[in-house]
Design a protein around this ligand. Structure first.
Ligand code: HEC
Length: 181
């Protein structure tokens, strides 16, 4: 190989390594707006909650329009998951796990509905409608009063009934999974 072709080859390899986007045409970097559309996760402490708010009263309407067909009129008795009740059953032979009886964080309710419900049209609810319908489900579970309202400040302050029901498994050490045997 001549020294010129060597130099060219070295140059081509360097370009491929330094700039895979150019070399393989992977597209362009996502814009901040595009990233924001996907960056919707809400953490247990409420980090990531968007602006907006919703009342129990409005949530009742959102639920009737978008959720009751699968989850039943009051979150019970529908063709899909029950969302209400089940208190005191977790330690029994027939535990009934619902938002009210099982879920440890109310913030997860917002996150889950906003990203995954209604089942046939995930992501279609506005932030206001999501706050409202979350408020309504918490109301059905006796966690919020009928005149309750939720926003990014009040939602993380709700203490769910089963918040302290999760106990760490003393034998389970996640770091162990990654430790070399
Ligand atoms: C077409 C039927 C359908 C509609 C409409 C629907 N859901 Fe669901 N929902 C489901 C199914 C199916 C699951 C279980 C999904 C899974 O386990 O992956 C579910 C699960 C849930 C859960 C989690 C239950 C649990 O304890 O694990 C919540 C909360 C929920 N839906 C809320 C809503 C809300 C709020 C709406 C309206 C905005 C809605 N759903 C509309 C079918 C539906």
């Amino acid at each position: 190989m001549s020294s010129t072709s060597k130099a060219l080859l070295t140059g081509a390899i360097a370009l491929a390594l330094v700039s895979p986007v150019l070399a393989y045409d992977f597209g362009r970097p996502a814009t901040p707006n595009e990233i924001a559309l996907w960056d919707i996760d809400v953490r247990p402490d409420g980090k990531g909650l968007p602006p907006g708010s919703g009342t129990v009263a409005h949530g009742k309407q959102v639920f009737a329009d978008n959720c009751a067909a699968c989850h039943g009129d009051n979150g019970v008795g529908g063709i899909k998951d029950r969302l209400v009740g089940g208190w005191g059953t977790l330690a029994s032979d027939a535990p009934v796990k619902t938002v009210g009886s099982f879920w440890p964080y109310a913030t997860t309710l917002f996150d889950y509905i906003h990203r995954a419900m209604p089942y046939q049209a995930p992501g279609s609810l506005s932030s206001d409608d999501t706050y409202a319908v979350a408020a309504y489900i918490l109301h059905l579970n006796d966690i919020l009063p009928p005149d309750g309202k939720l926003d990014r400040d009040s939602l993380p302050k709700i203490k769910m009934p089963n918040r302290d029901g999760f106990v760490p498994e003393p034998e389970f050490d996640p770091a162990e999974l990654f430790r070399k045997k």
